[in-house]
Design a protein around this ligand. Structure first.
Ligand SMILES: NC(=O)c1ccc[n+]([C@@H]2O[C@H](COP(=O)([O-])OP(=O)(O)OC[C@H]3O[C@@H](n4cnc5c(N)ncnc54)[C@H](O)[C@@H]3O)[C@@H](O)[C@H]2O)c1
Length: 432
């Protein structure tokens, strides 16, 4: 099939690579000229686990890039994958990129009778498909507007593309549903769910809100463990083995972040208010997660209170492992607060130093390894769960730090190894 993907970011690009690898002709369109130029030259503008290898197999073959929308005239399916950030002045999703792209599609349509499917992968509020349809149908009423929410996890984007838990097709047209089922013929039929467009739009927000609640829940349990003497790892395992609960998203940590959960929980709240529906669980989750960043910072302050001009080493800046994405990363939020309070801060992330620089100020010291970051530090704080941090060489680390103390907010440090070299590791959800 001929597929056009509008918006070539953390969703559009892996999706484009995935569809091209399946043999479709894919054009990825973006308004960001430098991004498109870099892609045309075979260079990825983002880091995503395993993406580069797959990208290099298809780039400039059946995967091409453009800043022009004219390719939509050859498309069987046009996929919208532009950003839907939080509005500056409300909880709601800002749909300016969605409607800019919709208007560009209208402007570039040559044959006003040509059929294609316009599928929205961007996360959009319930009813957005209706608004897109209204605009598009003024030009061509044959085009089917479908919601095709994306559930990929950054760091596992390609893995999730080939083997998703489910594909939700929110379509009010049988014809469009059939074409999209064909597009996803590499996925088992029982994983494909056809719903109304509005239901599909809500499934995405409801999923992210539920996952955010699950994280907040386990973090509160971790707080309880810290006071009561229970151990959060055992508790998470014990409750996760219940198939009604499930073990995923039960890792206690510094709070959730990233480009989706914070804005999607807020947008869910905004939608609920608009419809006059109370969703207190999500409201509490949002507040609790924001408070969590402050709590971690206060814990760090407490650990350093007896040291004059302490030096802190931050390990991890990306919002999770496997990606360079720092958007609303807990690590970034926590580091921002630390910068206000401390002058000597080293940071290190295996992939995200560059992105972090564009958000944080320059007064901190960006380093290129765990050991450089740890140099003369009084406290190391692990904020992202990179595998590299699980394999720290403590025989090397012990000669770098000033004080052998690690605050591991991801509970990934090898405690036996750390202990062997005299390190004091403070975990989340354990009475210290
Ligand atoms: N990142 C994720 O893990 C993830 C997962 C599931 C769903 N989503 C949703 O997918 C959507 C995209 O997210 P993302 O993280 O890929 O965003 P992103 O910011 O990484 O990428 C969006 C891209 O769209 C481009 N763009 C903006 N306006 C455009 C226009 N008019 N025409 C063409 N291109 C335009 C931008 O230049 C950018 O490259 C969002 O709605 C997000 O909520 C994201």
């Amino acid at each position: 099939m001929n597929i056009v993907i509008i918006g070539t970011g953390y969703v559009g690009l892996p999706s484009g690579v995935g569809f091209a690898k399946l043999g479709h002709n894919v054009v990825c369109v973006d308004v960001d000229e430098s991004k498109i130029n870099s892609l045309k030259e075979g260079k990825l503008p983002i880091y995503e686990n395993n993406l580069e290898e797959a990208f290099l197999e298809v780039v400039n073959k059946n995967l091409t890039f453009s800043t022009s929308y004219s390719c939509i005239n050859e498309a069987d399916i046009v996929i919208l994958a532009v950003g839907t950030p939080q509005s500056n002045d409300s909880e709601k999703a800002d749909l300016k990129y969605i409607f800019a792209a919709t208007n560009e599609i209208c402007k570039n349509l040559k044959d006003k009778n040509k059929y294609f499917i316009l599928a929205t992968k961007s996360t959009v509020p319930v009813g957005t498909g209706d608004k897109i349809e209204q605009i598009i149908h003024e030009i061509n009423s044959d085009i089917d507007i479908v919601s095709l929410p994306e559930f990929l996890r950054e760091g596992y984007a390609l893995e999730d593309f080939y083997n998703p838990d489910r594909v939700v097709i929110g379509s009010n047209s049988d014809k469009a549903s059939e074409v999209l089922k064909e597009l996803y013929s590499h996925i088992d039929n029982d994983k494909i769910l056809i719903t109304s467009r509005k239901s599909a739009e809500l499934i995405k927000y409801a999923s992210n809100s539920f996952l955010a609640m699950k994280i907040h829940f386990i973090n509160e349990m971790a707080d309880f463990c810290e006071k009561s003497g229970a151990n959060i790892s055992d508790v998470a395992l014990g409750i996760g083995l219940d198939s009604r609960i499930g073990g995923k998203f039960l890792n206690a940590g510094p709070g959730y972040g990233g480009s989706c959960f914070p804005k999607d929980t807020l947008a869910m709240l905004g939608m609920a208010k608009e419809f006059g529906v109370g969703i207190s669980l999500i409201e509490t989750t949002i507040k609790g997660n924001n408070d969590r960043f402050k709590k971690i910072v206060n814990n760090i302050k407490d650990m350093l209170k007896d040291i004059d001009s302490p030096k802190i080493g931050i390990l991890g800046l990306a919002f999770k492992n496997g990606t360079d994405d720092c958007r609303q990363s807990p690590a970034i939020e926590i580091t921002k607060e630390l910068i206000k309070n401390y002058q000597n801060i080293n940071v290190y992330d295996p992939k995200a130093n560059q992105n972090a620089k564009s958000i944080l100020n320059e007064s901190i010291n960006y380093t290129n390894s765990i050991y450089e970051c740890a140099k003369k530090c009084d406290l190391l704080v692990v904020l992202t769960e990179w595998d590299e941090f699980k394999d720290i060489d403590f025989s090397k680390l012990k000669d770098c730090v000033r004080v052998k103390k690690i605050y591991d907010t991801r509970n990934i440090i090898n405690l036996n190894e750390a202990k062997k070299y005299g390190f004091d590791v403070i975990n989340i959800g354990v009475k210290n």
